[in-house]
Write a protein that binds this ligand. Structure first.
Ligand code: NDP
Ligand code: MG
Length: 391
């Protein structure tokens, strides 16, 4: 296997830490060149001591000072600001970039990696939801390679034919089946959802994840974002992407071919599996994940999603069908609404209501260039904040 030089954007998050777990198993294969974080400066300092990157990046100057102090006796240079994130994502000595910042903040550094022709391990799905067309264009023009980390898309990637060209029909693919666990509220009586607390919403039954994506999983907005993500990654139309609830989270997604064959990727629900897959691709390495014990699991079950329980999923299909700026509006409004819910400023059902309001208010926004999308993103945040403030 080729030795790889890595930049890890969002090293201090859940995906970042899982990535470093795998990287630590193979010091001869992976060299860490840069690590980035935002608030968790001490964790970042500990990671720098272990992996000895050339650069560490945080967003603001006061955190940079703190980090410089913590790393004073090391070789790691501390950089600061948004621009520094783009810089470490496109360094000539780096060949692989893990994009694991959460939210729209991950877009610019991921774009920088695409333009610089890197091998991009993409966890930050918001990049594709917010600016799928532009990001995919940057990947093509920059000669970058895109490997999905999101477990569903990584599963689809593994079940697709080799050298998939972006044309489902040409490869005999009928459709993509994205699995969803259904989250913590799959069986909770719908009339009690108004009383859901942030603590209940972030307690996912199968996965340990950051707070934002955990709430997204509870509302199934996460699956909605993933439908849009799959649309861009595999050039699939909305009617070629179906969501199936699978509470055990063992089948991570499937590809159905014209002849009726359905290929599935299975593993324990542990992000180190897709991370190790993408880190080593096209080779395979051990991920430190326990082997799948099917007799112990016993049953794999599947059901159709109930859009009354999960209105956010329907809103995502609606945004994808509307095209233009609608997915950008959806993503921005969702970030604002989730933050407000986590801060006890709105009840759980108001997340979907905020999204619905913003999509309606900002319907028909189009984007000729990336700057338009950034403006739509900002406008949607203001509209969402105003809606939340007066409800
Ligand atoms: P976390 O919240 O755990 O981590 C987010 C990371 O981004 C942290 O390193 C954080 O720094 C950093 N960060 C947060 N805000 C900013 C900002 N404005 N600018 C720069 N850096 C920032 O999230 P996850 O690891 O769970 O998720 C990361 C991405 O991966 C998300 O897009 C998510 O949707 C996707 N994903 C996650 C999965 C999972 O299992 N966790 C599965 C599939 C996809 P700090 O913590 O130091 O503040
Ligand atoms: Mg996922």
């Amino acid at each position: 296997m080729i030795r790889r030089n890595l930049t890890l954007l969002g090293a201090t998050g859940t995906i970042g830490m899982n990535t470093l777990d795998v990287v630590a198993m193979y010091p001869e294969l992976f060299r860490v060149v840069a690590l980035t974080g935002q608030n968790q400066v001490e964790r970042l300092a500990t990671q720098c001591r272990q992996f000895k990157p050339r650069y560490a990046v945080v967003l603001d100057e006061s955190r940079a000072q703190e980090l410089r102090h913590l790393l004073a006796d090391t070789e790691t240079e501390v950089l600061c600001g948004e621009h520094a994130l783009e810089e470490v994502a496109s360094l000539p000595e780096v060949d692989t970039v893990m994009a694991a910042i959460v939210g729209a903040a991950g877009l610019k550094p991921a774009l920088a990696a695409a333009r610089a022709g890197k091998r991009i391990l993409l966890a930050n799905k918001e990049t594709l939801v917010m600016a799928g067309r532009f990001f995919m264009q940057a990947v093509r023009r920059g000669g970058a390679t895109l490997l999905p980390i999101d477990s569903e898309h990584n599963a689809v990637f593994q079940c697709m034919p080799d050298a998939y060209s972006g044309d489902l029909a040409a490869h005999g693919v009928h459709r993509i089946l994205l699995t969803a666990s259904g989250g913590p509220f799959r069986t909770r009586p719908v009339e009690t959802l108004a009383a859901v607390t942030p603590a209940e919403a972030v307690a996912h039954p199968n996965w340990v994840m950051g707070r934002k994506i955990s709430v997204d999983s509870a509302t199934m907005m996460n699956k909605g974002l993933e439908v849009i993500e799959a649309h861009w990654l595999f050039n699939a139309r909305a009617d070629q992407i179906e969501v199936v609830i699978h509470p055990q989270s063992i089948v991570h997604s499937m590809v159905e071919y014209l002849d009726g064959s359905v290929l599935a990727q299975m593993s324990n629900p542990d992000m180190r599996t897709p991370i190790a897959h993408a880190l080593a691709y096209p080779d395979r390495i051990a991920a430190g994940v326990p082997r799948l014990d099917l007799p112990r699991i016993g049953q794999l079950t599947f059901e159709a999603p109930d859009t009354r329980r999960f209105p956010c999923l329907a809103l995502a299909y609606q945004a994808l069908a509307a095209e233009g700026g609608a997915p950008t509006v959806l993503n921005a409004a969702n970030e604002v609404a989730v933050e407000a819910f986590l801060g006890h400023r709105i009840p759980y059902p108001a997340i979907a209501e905020t999204l619905s309001h913003c999509l309606e208010r900002l319907a028909g926004r189009t984007a000729g260039e990336l700057a338009d999308l950034v403006a739509i993103d900002q406008e949607a945040r203001l509209v969402a904040e105003a809606y939340i403030a007066r409800r």
